[in-house]
Ligand binder design. Structure first.
Ligand SMILES: Cc1cc2nc3c(=O)[nH]c(=O)nc-3n(C[C@H](O)[C@H](O)[C@H](O)COP(=O)(O)OP(=O)(O)OC[C@H]3O[C@@H](n4cnc5c(N)ncnc54)[C@H](O)[C@@H]3O)c2cc1C
Length: 294
């Protein structure tokens, strides 16, 4: 590997650096857990790594409350997400996804921005953030901002809506319905072994229920069973208005079938396509068969 390194220390310096390199061959590196693996077999010449790990900006590196929403800076590590009380309390699916990511050592450096932008079809944090319908905030090399829903961000295998010269600055969670009395939220990861393993199938869900037990909001996404992490719109819509405690076996089966309709897995070294679909069906059913947790 042969490359130059630029190390901006503030958001303004990062914007200036991107401007300086806008017509050149560069890559952004945060925790570099994905990037270094990718570059190992890449002999690109004149490559510059813009290392953003030293950007000293609270909003870029932390979780904070903002007008009732939770804002998470792109450089926030999986470790900080696991430790955050607000996320544990209100967005359990994200807490569990972060806790299941790789190992304790990797969670110390792996960032949420890196997980989103690397666009892996098995990205654990992507899966939870889709179930939570996160809003992404992007800045460009002129300092201009734009926003996009994570549901519209992925364009194909490892392809995102991010343009050359742009970076992800933060994301915002505001999916919690004011009328929600209880939330059933979680993350299920099935792998061939317990740690340091990409999922065979993963599933993130965030189901909100009112005082009468009616389902009023649902978010559900799954990973490792399609070219990108998938949001199961029809399955989510199917649950709206139903009573969480009195779903019939047929309704639960229908819901799980609607989830699987979005899957288009392939056979690979970890599992066959048939197995992935079967597991996805079973874990989709299991989330409705469990008791409400909160
Ligand atoms: C041993 C091992 C185990 C792993 N296990 C898991 C796992 O269980 N689950 C899982 O989901 N992932 C896993 N990963 C993948 C990886 O750790 C995560 O995707 C991690 O969150 C990436 O974050 P990073 O900060 O290291 O990203 P980097 O490697 O720094 O960057 C990844 C990509 O995102 C881009 N990028 C980073 N930040 C920004 C930004 N702010 N704006 C624009 N682009 C940006 C980079 O240019 C690069 O293309 C594993 C990796 C390893 C090496």
């Amino acid at each position: 590997m042969n490359f130059n390194i630029e190390i901006p220390h503030s958001i303004d310096e990062l914007v200036l650096t991107l401007n300086k390199f806008k017509n050149k061959n560069y890559r952004i590196g945060a925790g570099c857990t994905d990037l270094l693996m990718e570059l190992k077999n890449n002999s690109a010449s004149n490559l510059t790594i813009i290392n953003i790990s030293q950007v000293d900006d609270f909003n870029f590196n932390n979780v904070k409350l903002s007008n009732g929403n939770v804002d998470i800076g792109a450089n926030t590590t999986a470790f900080k997400i696991c430790e955050n009380e607000n996320i544990l309390e209100n967005y359990k699916t994200l807490h569990e996804a972060a806790l299941n990511l790789a190992s304790a050592q990797i969670r110390q450096v792996a960032t949420i921005g890196g997980n989103i932008c690397t666009a892996s079809p098995s990205g654990d944090l992507i899966c939870a953030l889709m179930a939570l319908k996160a809003q992404l905030y992007i800045k460009n090399s002129l300092g201009e901002n734009r926003e996009i829903s994570i549901l519209d961000f992925y364009k194909g295998v490892r392809k995102t809506d991010l343009k050359h010269g742009e970076f992800l600055s933060h994301l915002s969670l505001n999916s919690n319905n004011k009328n929600a009395f209880k939330t059933k939220s979680g993350f299920i990861k099935i792998g061939t072994r317990k740690s340091m393993e990409c999922s065979v199938v993963s599933l993130a869900y965030h189901i909100q229920i009112d005082k009468k037990g009616n389902i009023i909001e649902t978010g559900l996404a799954f990973g490792a069973s399609a070219p990108i992490v998938k949001y199961a719109t029809r399955a989510c819509d199917f649950l709206i208005g139903k009573k969480i405690d009195s779903l019939s076996k047929t309704e639960i089966d229908t819901f799980a079938k609607l989830v699987v309709e979005y899957a288009s897995p392939i056979d690979d070294i970890r599992a066959t396509a048939w197995y992935r679909k079967q597991v996805l069906f079973n874990i989709s059913k299991s989330i409705l068969e469990k008791n409400i947790e909160k």
